[in-house]
Design a binder for this molecule. Structure first.
Ligand SMILES: [Zn+2]
Length: 305
């Protein structure tokens, strides 16, 4: 009998529990460490499926959005259980989805930052002291709840080579010209281990569809910067119908240097930011059941494509 995992905010420790569980539930899942962070925590990818449609799903680029990591791990386990018992996932046959697709999932892109926000890093430790010293320069941002960056003070979702110079200029104009709890794009694109590893992994996979999970807003953002990959509009409609989330255009000032922005420019294939849930980050864990109800059909729709 397996003990239940208590689904808290995703941390590197909690992810270890989910990995152990996945190995028992689904020994056919392939688990790969993409890199280790500056803090030594692994960034892990899970691969599931034997079909042609390659779907990459990422969570927790932003530290205080780590509920997306929990959401993705819970979805992975639900999918695996349905595969094993011949059940459905998001209303579709899980085994048919498994045969149709290859799912690549990186639930916790920013484990260092997530551990900080979750209170997993002791206040006396050098990591915490370093983060607190960065936070002092930005008193308007609650610490640690407003922390989105990694522990080097780089906002990982502004660290990709897609109009990075423009993002740098815009953010510097807003005062984020140095290591910060959020909005600092780094000193050059992909200068962080997390982003360098994820970009290399993505270039290797060449996904057909990207779902980049963030919180919050109950909104799906396709495209951006006049990039309109073939099939993106129809997929956005499908995802919207499956989840109940609205489809909106990305404001131009917000479509630079993000992972999805880079993916769209690099591959010209459909990529979506999913802003899950509604409220103030970090979203309360009480939203998790609703997040699961909304996003299981969305993910199933991507895998069925
Ligand atoms: Zn975010």
């Amino acid at each position: 009998m397996l003990c239940a995992i208590s689904p808290g905010y995703m941390t590197s420790g909690l992810q270890e529990q989910y990995i152990k569980r996945l190995r028992r539930v689904a020994p056919f899942a392939y688990i790969k460490t993409l890199t280790r962070t500056a803090g030594g925590r692994p960034v892990v990818a899970i691969q599931l499926g034997c079909g042609c449609t390659k779907v990459l799903v990422t969570g927790t680029h932003h530290a205080n959005e780590s509920i997306t990591g929990t959401l993705l791990w819970e979805l992975l386990l639900a999918y695996c259980r349905a595969i094993c018992n011949g059940g459905t996932f998001g209303g579709k046959s899980a085994r048919a989805l498994y045969r149709n697709s290859m799912l690549y999932c990186v639930p916790l892109v920013n484990p260092d930052g997530a551990d900080l926000v979750a209170g997993e890093i002791p206040e006396a430790s050098p990591e915490y002291v370093q983060a607190a010293a960065i936070a002092v320069g930005f008193p308007q941002i609650p610490f640690p709840d407003g922390w989105k960056a990694n522990l080097r003070g780089v906002d990982l979702n502004l660290n990709y080579p897609a109009s990075w110079d423009l993002a740098k200029q815009i953010k510097a104009g807003l005062g984020f010209d140095r290591a910060a709890p959020r909005d600092f794009p780094g000193n050059k694109p992909l200068d962080q281990r997390e982003t360098a590893a994820l970009a290399a992994y993505t270039a290797c996979i060449r996904p057909d569809i990207l779902l980049a999970y963030h919180t919050q807003g109950r909104v799906i953002y396709p495209g951006g910067q006049d990039i309109d990959p073939p099939g993106a509009e129809a997929l956005a409609e499908k995802f919207s119908e499956a989840s109940g989330y609205a489809v909106e255009e990305v404001p131009p000032e917000s479509s630079n240097a993000g992972f999805k922005d880079w993916f769209l420019r690099r591959f010209h294939r459909p990529g979506f930011t999913i802003e899950a849930g509604l409220g103030e980050n970090p979203l309360p864990l009480s939203q998790l059941p609703q997040l699961l109800r909304e996003n299981e059909p969305l993910l199933a729709a991507a895998l069925a494509n």
